[in-house]
Design a protein around this ligand. Structure first.
Ligand SMILES: Cc1ncc(COP(=O)(O)O)c(C=O)c1O
Length: 460
């Protein structure tokens, strides 16, 4: 179906000729133009310029928690724009909404936090955390405690420090990154990486041993923090195996390592808990959150730290004066108003309870796809599920990369009315908006299955 007008075609040409896209093959874009031009949305669906309506099985980028239309959020934004469209948070200046949001977020965190700093993106929140760790450690007389440990395939953002923590080689190459002192551990992908006969618990113990050995080799006194997502969204919805977090947190405690938990995707209900930390029993020392903080209606993130961490930072002010860090739009009044209203909505509709209820159906149906000849492993929690596609699931043989099996499944799903993300190597991430209902889950999973069938027919 191509319902595009001449004006639509002109917009596509403007985009092809004038717009630089991130996470995009620039050669392909400059030749073919946008893959999809989304024009509007409602509920869990968005519409493209050729008139097609698709279920969003990836929540935009894991952020559209309340779907594509919400009167309360739109009114909150309008009210705030009418009252106070901007106010800086530099130089000790503030405004009511950001003060209210700081109190609200710190008290609702999985482990109570005391201080919030606001930024505009998850990358900035994580980047700020890395800077603040370095800043705090100088105040504590430990200037050499600078190394950041994280995991391959983890994703913490794109700013220079956050991307150095990210374990995505394509985001490092040709940028001269990562910065020195950013250390990586294995991805806890049990299916792909377990040894023959190794149980999940044994695998988890091996992962923790790798962590312990790295810390000992580098010197515990040089480690500023361990950064992790409760369930890795980066790398394609990788749910950690049994015993993983208990074993990893034992190493964290043994060496007294600062544990920074990235709740950018997991936060605000994705796992069927308000926080991913609650889902997996994590005890964070600091937290970053974004995305569903404003239901993606406004770019905003928050970094949450405890009082002792903040007081160490305060001591620097006695020597250097102001905290030399900040963004013009940090703590934006419209963002803060939208975030407060999003949190009100989450409570009013019991979003976490809803996710718990519908995720039973979602996970059951996703789990049933494990029998599909293309699908080797399915793991998820809440409305967050990852699928590993393999040529031979028993021998764990991947498809030859040139066959682009994951992309073909993604495209076949798209053609049938479902947006999903394929992530290399041939992993599918499925994470619909949190307001999805059971009928929509049935419809989305049926489309996914029909896409898998079509690709299987094609390649078998
Ligand atoms: C877990 C996680 N952390 C951080 C980020 C970076 O957030 P942003 O894209 O808002 O900078 C992302 C982005 O997808 C993410 O998935």
């Amino acid at each position: 179906m191509d319902g595009r007008t001449t004006a639509d075609a002109a917009l596509r040409a403007h985009d092809r000729d004038h717009h630089i896209h991130g996470q995009t093959n620039l050669r392909q874009h400059s030749e073919g133009g946008p893959v999809v031009m989304v024009t509007h949305g409602d509920g869990v669906r968005f519409t493209t310029d050729d008139g097609r309506r698709l279920i969003d099985g990836f929540s935009g980028l894991g952020c559209v928690s309340l779907g594509y239309h919400n009167d309360r959020l739109a009114e909150a934004a309008k009210r705030q724009m009418d009252t106070l469209p901007f106010a800086p948070t530099f130089y000790g200046r503030s405004h009511p909404k950001v003060a209210e949001l700081a109190e609200r977020l710190t008290t609702m965190a999985a482990v109570p936090m005391d201080r919030a700093m606001f930024q505009c993106s998850g990358s900035e929140a994580n980047d700020a955390m890395i800077k603040f760790l370095w800043y705090r450690n100088i105040a504590r007389g430990e200037p050499d405690r600078r190394k950041i440990v994280s995991r391959w395939r983890g994703y913490y953002g794109n700013t220079v420090a956050a991307v150095s923590a990210s374990g995505q080689p394509h985001m490092h190459s040709r940028f001269g990154l990562p910065l020195p002192g950013f250390l990586k551990l294995s991805t806890p992908n049990y299916y792909l990486q377990h040894l023959e006969g190794e149980t999940e618990e044994e695998f988890s113990a091996r992962m923790a041993k790798e962590f312990d050995e790295l810390v000992l080799a580098e010197g515990p006194e040089t480690i500023a923090a361990f950064f992790a997502e409760p369930m890795q969204s980066g790398g394609g919805a990788i749910r950690p195996p049994e015993g993983y977090w208990q074993a990893m947190q034992a190493v964290i405690r043994k060496h007294d390592i600062h544990f920074h938990v990235d709740e950018v995707v997991c936060g605000f209900g994705r796992t069927g808990h308000m926080w991913g930390a609650e889902a997996f029993g994590l005890k964070p020392d600091s937290v970053s959150c974004a995305k569903a903080l404003t239901a993606a209606f406004f770019p905003m993130s928050a970094l949450l730290v405890k009082e002792d961490f903040y007081q160490d930072m305060v001591r620097n002010s006695d020597e250097v004066g102001v905290l030399g860090h900040g963004f013009t739009y940090a703590g934006h009044p419209v963002g803060a108003a939208v975030a407060l209203e999003a949190l009100n909505i989450y409570a009013d509709i019991d979003l976490v309870g809803h996710v718990r209820r519908v995720s039973k159906r979602f996970l059951e149906q996703c789990g049933a796809l494990a029998d599909h000849p293309l699908v080797a492993d399915v793991r998820g929690i809440g409305l967050f599920c990852g699928f590993q596609l393999m040529a031979d699931k028993v021998k764990r043989e991947p498809f030859e990369p040139g066959r682009k099996v994951g992309i073909r499944v993604q495209d076949a799903a798209h053609d049938r009315g479902l947006y999903l993300r394929s992530i290399n190597p041939d992993r599918i991430s499925f994470m619909p908006p949190l307001i999805i209902n059971e009928d929509e889950i049935d419809e989305a999973v049926a489309i996914f299955k029909s896409a898998l069938d079509a690709v299987w027919e094609d390649i078998r």
